[in-house]
Ligand binder design. Structure first.
Ligand SMILES: Cc1cc2nc3c(=O)[nH]c(=O)nc-3n(C[C@H](O)[C@H](O)[C@H](O)COP(=O)(O)OP(=O)(O)OC[C@H]3O[C@@H](n4cnc5c(N)ncnc54)[C@H](O)[C@@H]3O)c2cc1C
Length: 241
């Protein structure tokens, strides 16, 4: 893995088989699986300064303690995916545990630590990406690889169709089933039509894949975001194997 601040000199997204926007739960899982299962060269672009972007920011927010719950027990596949990377976490627990921002950063770095993955922090995917009716364009040229986007969908289109509200979830409380936010439904049901209108903008673009809490606009806890990323990467792996 190489990590740079900004795009390295001579960076050409077209030299990569996949570009992943966002180095958080959904993004790191997709990047790792595409590199490992398909031998893809993957560029991970993270608009924040480090790989623990959004979760790092949540810490200290009113109502959120200095730790996160992680690895709810309802999703064994999530636990087993992280088990080999999470040397600083106990993946045998039968209840969500707490994780500090440093542990979160270490976990993401371990998942991204692969020869075929390059990470560029302080880079906003929106600087590179545009669309025609059926293609993703990167730096103005049709891109032949896969793009996984884990940022907010409205921001990708400059909120042209109006903003999607992204309220901070209430502080998570583990439920009996182990989920932190038991309802993985749409974040703001009143904004469903607007969210679907954004989805319509990318309907015919087969190599662009929204993933995770912001892009799918769903009340995902970390496990649910990872589970969704595992499913998306399954589909991409099946499609390209
Ligand atoms: C206040 C708050 C507290 C929370 N507490 C918990 C908790 O305790 N436990 C729990 O399980 N879940 C919690 N959650 C939910 C949890 O944070 C999410 O489920 C999880 O972070 C989702 O991961 P993700 O990868 O889908 O998205 P995110 O973690 O939101 O990551 C998206 C990443 O994409 C990057 N990005 C966005 N746009 C671009 C772009 N254009 N170009 C490049 N990069 C981009 C962002 O910087 C970010 O790093 C909390 C959420 C909030 C808002």
């Amino acid at each position: 893995m190489s990590v740079s601040s900004g795009l390295p000199q001579g960076f050409n997204p077209h030299e990569y088989d996949a570009v992943v926007a966002g180095a958080s739960f959904a993004g790191v899982v997709c990047a790792r699986r595409l590199a490992e299962a398909l031998g893809y060269r993957v560029a991970v672009l993270e608009r924040r300064e480090s790989v623990v972007g959004n979760p790092g920011d949540y810490l200290g927010v009113a109502g959120v303690s200095d730790v996160h719950g992680l690895l709810g027990v309802r999703t064994p596949r999530v636990v087993s995916f992280f088990a080999r990377f999470a040397s600083n976490l106990d993946t045998s627990l039968d209840a969500p545990q707490v994780i500090s921002v440093d542990q979160c950063a270490e976990l993401f770095e371990a998942v991204l630590d692969h020869d075929l993955i390059d990470v560029c922090c302080s880079v906003d995917e929106r600087e590179l990406i545009s669309f025609d009716d059926t293609h993703v364009l990167l730096n103005g040229e049709v891109y032949g690889g896969e793009v996984v986007y884990t940022g907010a969908l409205d921001a990708l289109f400059g909120t042209d169709l109006g903003p999607l509200p992204y309220p901070a979830p209430t502080p998570p409380v583990p439920s009996e089933s182990g989920t932190l936010y038991p309802d993985c439904g749409i974040i703001d049901p009143a904004s469903r039509d607007r969210f679907e209108a954004y989805l319509d903008c990318i309907e015919g673009v087969t190599n662009f894949h929204p993933a995770g809490r912001l892009a799918e606009y769903r009340n995902y806890d970390m496990d649910a975001a990872v589970e969704s990323a595992l499913e998306l990467s399954d589909e991409l792996i099946a499609c390209h194997s």
